[in-house]
Ligand binder design. Structure first.
Ligand code: BTN
Length: 271
């Protein structure tokens, strides 16, 4: 179903200031998953920067086969087709870059202080307010296309989130105490993604890594994570140039942990 919400779709077109990102936007009032739609478009040759936006998702996809709760009228559910030139081993940098872009846009538009939990969960006041899901078609060496899916809990109130999620999740509105204009946040997000992605395409990822570190809630913290049925515990020391986590484990010394291998990561003050 085509998106038919002039306040959002027409408004975005009016205020869009990005150079190439979002020049084609497919709006839907509801869709199963914007990522799924964007993957189909990418497969059919959609150019880089094509965007799919929905007001509601029926089967929003989260990481690790979780569903992303996507009620109508309150969230941002957005997927972007990219054709990154990075080698497949560095595809993780696309998600890190997106995390930085979301954190920057949220900070600029709300004044809140978002932090990123590795690899790319966005937290405000220790509650998750946004998530990113990268899905791609890649060989062992090159990425043919990538879709970055961004879900932001923007104007959700207590009744818009399932009770069991309220322990760990929140919305920008709940943390700020006032509603936020989704169109302005989306336009800012596109500007931030565009500028960081252009750097990535020029193989200039140092700034992305630096900015990611500055928003990180993970580095320096004691963490526990589950990797292929194995529990790892230690201190998150740094991220590598490829965006993997460098973990100083209690038992096995320094380990490089890749996001794709991790089921979940918890930051813990103690054991
Ligand atoms: C996570 O689990 O943290 C990632 C959530 C990603 C959700 C977004 S919403 C827009 C896009 N379409 C989807 O189906 N998922 C992503």
């Amino acid at each position: 179903m085509e998106f038919n919400d002039p306040p959002l779709s027409q408004q975005i077109r009016k205020i869009l200031a990005s150079q190439w990102l979002g020049h084609t936007i497919h709006f839907y009032s509801q869709v199963d998953s914007t990522n799924l739609t964007a993957l189909e478009l990418a497969q059919r040759g959609a150019p880089e920067g094509t965007v799919v936006l929905a007001d509601r998702q029926l089967r929003g996809r989260g990481r690790g086969n979780h569903l992303w709760h996507s009620p109508a009228g309150v969230g941002i559910y957005c997927s972007i087709v990219l054709r990154p030139k990075v080698v497949a081993a560095k595809a993780q940098l696309v998600t890190l870059m997106t995390g930085v872009a979301v954190a920057k846009a949220v900070s600029l538009k709300t004044g809140l202080s978002p932090r990123i939990k590795w690899p790319n969960d966005i937290f405000v006041n220790d509650k998750k307010v946004a998530g990113i899901l990268l899905e791609s078609k890649a060989t062992k060496t090159v990425v043919e296309y990538a879709v970055i899916g961004i879900g932001i809990n923007v104007n959700h109130t207590l009744t818009d989130l399932p009770e069991q999620l309220l322990v760990t999740a929140s919305s920008l509105r709940m943390e700020l105490g006032q509603t936020i204009e989704r169109d302005g946040l989306i336009a800012q997000l596109f500007i931030e993604i565009e500028s960081l992605y252009d750097r990535l395409q020029r193989e200039d990822s140092a700034v992305i890594l630096e900015q990611w570190r500055s928003y990180s809630a993970t580095l320096g913290a004691r963490v526990r994570l589950v990797q292929k049925d194995k529990l790892l515990q230690g201190i998150a020391v740094d991220i590598t140039d490829e965006g993997a986590l460098l973990l100083k484990t209690d038992r096995d010394g320094l380990l490089v942990v890749h996001a794709g291998e991790v089921e979940h990561l918890r930051i813990s003050a103690d054991d």
